[in-house]
Design a protein around this ligand. Structure first.
Ligand code: NAD
Length: 490
């Protein structure tokens, strides 16, 4: 494992084998009934303690996240924030979200029906390297709160953070075997996990997501897929310019753009295109880059050489085909082997890789648009549908516009933090950006199976007590007609 800031070896991580995945799942399976039998409040207390420990010991994991990913500390802190918020939310609200609910019975008054939620068993959680703490832990938390056990497979690049988080969960009271971390290569351990668990929670690329979905389909188990995006930001003519520029800086360059919900396309109303671009370029040019382990730096490094190669390839391809680099477009080896400048391009057109493919780096294309309808059409002109952002003084109009963008989350006057941080509401991908979102009720219900328990009283739902089949049919016909009009019963 290489440290992105320096290129030096950071640590050696055990290369787990199929037998390790099998052992971890078997242990998790054995631990599951005991864990599920604990009262929900007791499970919740583990995650509230974890919340407190995380805030107390954040310095340790911020160091690890920075060393493993190369991101600036301010961006690493977003992971602390998110993990704490999700831990508190599911610790407090799982009982409500999972409680058994009375449902209307088959026959009014005679059938008493409840909907129950049962854990699926063992959840497999496969995560990428860009958010090594929060992606690893915030999906595991609802899985565990629902009474499942979990086996987590982090990316090899960021296993130290995942192992640290597991230690902290155990310190917070999570019993041994309720959750395990297996380290090693994805193409080996991912399928090994997928062959054994009862649910697959995958975050990563659409390419691997499809493989995971195929394996889940073969085994007829459920899966969640949180995949990539080519996220649009729309700046309407009445936007507050400085706020929009500020949002674009955060939205494009947080985590050096290696954020699934970061902005890669900005559509700006003609009327303010020039001042927006000038100010955005000026701000991006002056961002402070570096490898400092404190809050002084505004953008860190890319995480791996593959990502740097993709960024260069996309920018070079666009430039060769006529796009203009307004700022950036260069590596910064003086800062570290994987640094790349915040980069803004104009003149990006269809046929350039940058136009439609996810870059996943500090690179954004800015376009001027004549009308809102054009902005909407272009924002939606993508197979992805992960996140989007709209800027306007008229927030009602902004919210209406937002609802017409086909993306799982749309932020008005914010790039991503508003929707992502609203953890009571689901976030995920539309179209090729994913299946079955995280957060909110859906974020925990996906780790359960629904069960209907119905108690029939006094008479069966069939001809009986000497009533002929014909009479039964007539009585039922009358009943159905009544139910059509008596809303309270039907
Ligand atoms: P990736 O798909 O290559 O890897 C993700 C995880 O899958 C890693 O742990 C990897 O080891 C594992 N893996 C590799 N091969 C596997 C296989 N055959 N079976 C099962 N697992 C396997 O992802 P990446 O390119 O490293 O990560 C970046 C991508 O993740 C981007 O596309 C980004 O948009 C996406 N992402 C999405 C979200 C979201 O919430 N929607 C969040 C973060 C990142």
């Amino acid at each position: 494992m290489i440290a992105p800031f320096t290129g030096a070896e950071l640590a050696c991580i055990p290369a787990g084998q199929e037998c390790d995945a099998a052992a971890a799942v078997a242990a998790a399976r054995a631990a599951q009934p005991g864990w599920a039998a604990l009262p929900l409040a007791e499970r919740g207390r583990v995650f509230l303690r974890f919340h407190d420990l995380l805030l107390d010991r954040q310095g340790e994991v911020l160091d690890l996240i920075q060393q493993e990913t190369g991101k600036a500390r301010r961006h690493a802190f977003e992971e602390i924030l998110d993990t704490a918020v999700v831990a508190r939310y599911y610790a407090r609200h799982s009982a409500r979200l999972l409680r058994r609910r009375r449902r209307k019975g088959a026959l009014p008054l005679l059938t008493k029906t409840w909907e129950l939620r049962a854990p699926v068993g063992v959840a497999g959680v496969i995560v990428p390297w860009n958010f090594p703490l929060n992606l690893a832990i915030t999906d595991a938390i609802p899985a565990l709160m629902a009474g499942n056990t979990a086996v987590l497979k982090p990316d090899p690049q960021t296993s130290l953070t995942a192992l640290w988080a597991l230690d902290l969960l155990r310190e917070a009271g999570l019993p041994a075997d309720v959750m395990a971390v297996i380290t090693g290569e994805g193409p080996l351990l991912g399928p090994a996990l997928g062959a054994r668990v009862d649910y697959l929670m995958f975050t990563g690329s659409a390419r691997v997501g499809r493989m995971v979905a195929r394996q889940a389909a073969d085994r007829l188990i459920g899966c969640s897929l949180e995949l990539g995006g080519k996220n649009p930001m729309v700046v309407l003519a009445d936007a507050v310019l400085e706020d929009a520029v500020d949002g674009a800086i955060r939205g494009c360059f947080a985590g050096a753009g290696q954020v699934c919900i970061s902005m890669e396309r900005i559509y700006v109303a003609d009327a303010i295109f020039r001042p927006f671009l000038a100010r955005f370029v000026e701000r991006a040019r002056n961002l402070k880059l570096g490898a400092a382990m404190d809050y002084s730096v505004e953008m860190g490094s890319l995480t791996n050489a593959r990502q740097l190669a993709t960024v260069e390839d996309h920018v070079n391809d666009a430039v060769a085909k006529g796009a203009l680099v307004q700022t950036g477009g260069r590596r910064r080896p003086d800062l570290g082997p994987l640094f790349y400048e915040p980069t803004i391009l104009t003149g990006v057109r269809e046929g350039m890789k940058l136009y439609a493919e996810e870059t996943f780096g500090p690179v954004v294309s800015v376009y001027s648009i004549a009308t809102e309808e054009e902005a909407l059409r272009l924002a939606n002109d993508t197979p992805y549908g992960l996140n989007a952002s709209v800027w306007t003084r008229d927030t009602r109009r902004g919210a209406r516009f937002a609802a017409r963008i086909r993306a799982g989350s749309v932020n008005v006057n914010e790039a991503y933090a508003a929707a992502w941080g609203s953890v009571d509401s689901p976030v995920g991908g539309m179209k090729e950006s994913g299946l079955r979102p995280r957060h909110g009720a859906e974020g925990i219900l996906r780790f359960t199976e629904s069960q209907t328990v119905a108690v029939q009283r006094l008479i069966p739902i069939a001809p009986s007590h000497g009533i002929s089949a014909g009479a039964f049919a007539r009585v039922m016909t009358v009943l159905l007609r009544l139910l059509r009009y008596i809303r309270i019963l039907g």
